[in-house]
Design a protein around this ligand. Structure first.
Ligand SMILES: Nc1ncnc2c1ncn2[C@@H]1O[C@H](COP(=O)(O)OP(=O)(O)OP(=O)(O)O)[C@@H](O)[C@H]1O
Length: 309
């Protein structure tokens, strides 16, 4: 994903006019070379430093921005938690639930059905009948989160919203998302706190400068990212750079191994000895296992069959 953005030149110029007119368009590669498959039931955390491309990736996945190149294929319309655009500060929380539901494309009947569960999940109590402009950022985030889940999306994307909720809300939201995952949904969560990713997600993607560094088990990836971020925060840039380098190499190797499983034979390099061995497997008949099971069940005699009657 590339953005074209104006940039001013700060090199000294004699006149103000000269400084103002010395603007040029630059291209920012926000996300590049990113490729992965998300499966149903996965809770995927996206971590990385500021500006590493996390939010851009979510926006592209959600279809809010068209990628400059590449394709996003989804089995359902992803819902990016951020119905805020549709919510109105002067309306009460309750009125905004209706508005948000309709903005997400639900019918009036569906909005009515989701109303009580959303009020309950938001846990706003009496504040649900107060104008939203009186809410703290955490309260507003809770309402937005509850409205998004109320629409029962099969792909939900959350950009930081959970970090503003308190501990009780974190617990409730975790339960609500677990329910969603149990119904074969997929959740993406962008969060700076590697610990949150570690606690909540099953898989984590670590991004740096628009690229994927590591993609794998949430605990493993989040811990590696934390160690990298810790060294960076301590000012040990050399160590952080070498950790990043190691992680990138590990990630590249993982991707190479995954590609070996899926790659198109027509576009492959000549096979090495090891890989050729896999190619030499003859074409199997359809459903060979079914035949084995069928034979088994024909021949099988159970002890009770042999027992005298
Ligand atoms: N609309 C835009 N126009 C130009 N550049 C942009 C735009 N949006 C994002 N960028 C750039 O793309 C890069 C990735 O930004 P993005 O917001 O995706 O990062 P992020 O990882 O979500 O950051 P943060 O953790 O700070 O939220 C940054 O260099 C940013 O400056």
């Amino acid at each position: 994903m590339r953005y074209q953005t104006p940039r001013t030149d700060r090199t000294p110029s004699k006149t103000l006019r000269g400084r103002l007119t010395r603007r040029q368009m630059v291209s920012v590669a926000a996300v590049r070379g990113v490729s992965f498959t998300a499966r149903s039931g996965e809770f995927i955390g996206i971590i990385g430093r500021n500006g590493s491309g996390k939010s851009t990736l979510l926006r592209v996945l959600a279809g809010l921005e068209a990628p400059t190149s590449g394709t996003v294929l989804t089995s359902a319309k992803p819902m990016l938690l951020g119905v805020s655009a549709a919510l109105i500060p002067d309306l009460t929380g309750a009125q905004n639930i209706t508005l948000g539901g309709l903005a997400m494309g639900l019918s009036p009947g569906q909005v009515e059905e989701m109303f009580e569960p959303v009020v309950e999940l938001s846990a706003l109590g009496d504040a649900i009948d107060l104008p939203m402009r009186t809410y703290s950022s955490g309260m507003a985030a809770r309402l937005k989160f509850a409205i998004s889940l109320g629409a029962d999306p099969s792909i939900l994307m959350i950009d930081e919203a959970l970090s503003t909720g308190d501990a009780t809300f974190a617990e409730r939201s975790k339960r609500a998302m677990d329910d969603m995952l149990a119904r074969a949904g997929t959740v993406f969560l962008v969060n700076h706190a590697a610990q949150t990713i570690e606690n909540m997600c099953s898989r984590a993607i670590w991004m740096e400068r628009g690229r994927i560094v590591l993609d794998g088990d949430a605990v493993e990836v989040a811990r590696k990212y934390r160690w990298f971020a810790h060294n960076l925060a301590q000012g040990d840039e050399e160590k952080a750079a070498s950790l990043l380098h190691d992680a990138m190499e590990e990630g590249a190797e993982e991707r190479r191994l995954t590609e070996l499983q899926f790659e198109d034979p027509a576009t492959q390099d000549p096979p090495s000895q090891g890989r050729r061995r896999w190619r030499e497997i003859p074409e199997l008949e359809p459903d060979p296992f079914m035949r084995v099971f069928a034979r088994d069940s024909e021949e099988k005699t159970f002890p009770s069959d042999r027992a005298p009657r």
